[in-house]
Design a protein around this ligand. Structure first.
Ligand code: SF4
Length: 275
């Protein structure tokens, strides 16, 4: 376990190789249609630059699908210095030429480096899911990431949500609101949040997570399992304060996610406020 606090904004890197999934809600897929400008070496130069400015911040690998190319993923993990907390967002693909044991063995080589792997498992199966047995093979923290796209006021959503929580009993589950519905006005609201009310109804509320400018969260418990509920705006930069720094697949550095972001220059790295 790394015993240093996070200092500075999170650096999120979109891995520069294609995602083989086709989730219907995907906001990133269009960036992966044309990979001709992707450049892993330039991503490394950006990682190195940001490592000098923020030697102890969080680094998130996302995509796309970080596990779509396990050789490239290992190269990236080797490149990230030990001063960072490292998180991976994945659908945990295991293709027909691999076994769950082989994939777990590769990932376990990095058990001291990966602080948490967030594995998407939604109410509907948008991707080919590997056997749940892989979670018992992983030797580092991981949690199930379940975005509730369905309306929480529909009675069937309750049953389907309970089915997911039962399926992953014993594992931490992070439930996430559909961020495309979130605005600065409702991101911190719980009273009119049907999903918050539903989760409160089927789980036991424990405590609030620390509020940031663009996200908030709540911790619950259900039959001994930790359940968190996260609400995150679809953008991270508010009133000039940068929440996340993004390394795009080209290696270029931006001050916010996807189409919200603008390219950062070196002086921005020095001048901007971060949260
Ligand atoms: S795995 Fe991620 S990047 Fe790939 S299609 Fe699904 S949401 Fe999009």
């Amino acid at each position: 376990m790394k015993d240093f606090p996070k200092i500075g904004p999170t650096v999120t890197m979109f891995v520069p190789y294609d995602c083989k999934n086709a989730c219907p809600f995907c906001v990133n897929k269009k960036e992966y249609r044309d990979t001709s400008s992707f450049d892993l070496q330039r991503c490394y130069r950006s990682l190195d630059l940001l490592d000098r400015v923020f030697p102890h911040n969080d680094v998130v690998l996302t995509g796309g699908e970080p596990l779509a190319d396990l050789d490239a993923l290992q190269d990236i993990l080797d490149h990230i210095s030990d001063g960072h907390h490292v998180y991976i967002n994945t659908t945990l693909p295991v293709d027909e030429n691999q076994t769950i044991e082989e994939v777990a063995a590769i990932l376990n080589k990095y058990k001291d480096k990966i602080d948490c792997m967030n594995v998407s498992r939604h109410l509907d199966h948008y991707v080919k899911e590997c056997s749940d047995e892989i979670f018992d093979l992983l030797e580092f923290p991981h949690r199930i990431n379940c975005v509730v796209f369905e309306s929480a006021s529909k009675p069937e959503t309750r049953d389907r949500l309970i089915a997911v929580l039962d399926r992953f009993k014993g594992h931490e589950v992070q439930l996430r609101a559909n961020y495309s519905y979130l605005t600065l006005d409702n991101v911190f609201d719980t009273e009119n949040d049907h999903l918050y009310q539903l989760i409160s109804d089927i789980c036991e509320y424990k405590y609030d997570l620390e509020k940031e400018r663009f996200r908030t969260g709540f911790v619950f418990e259900r039959e001994g399992s930790k359940i968190t509920y996260h609400k995150t705006l679809p953008f991270a930069k508010i009133d000039g304060v940068v929440g996340d720094i993004i390394i795009r697949q080209t290696g270029r550095i931006y001050d916010d996610w996807n189409e919200y972001g603008h390219e950062l220059n070196t002086n921005d790295l020095v001048d901007l406020q971060y949260k």
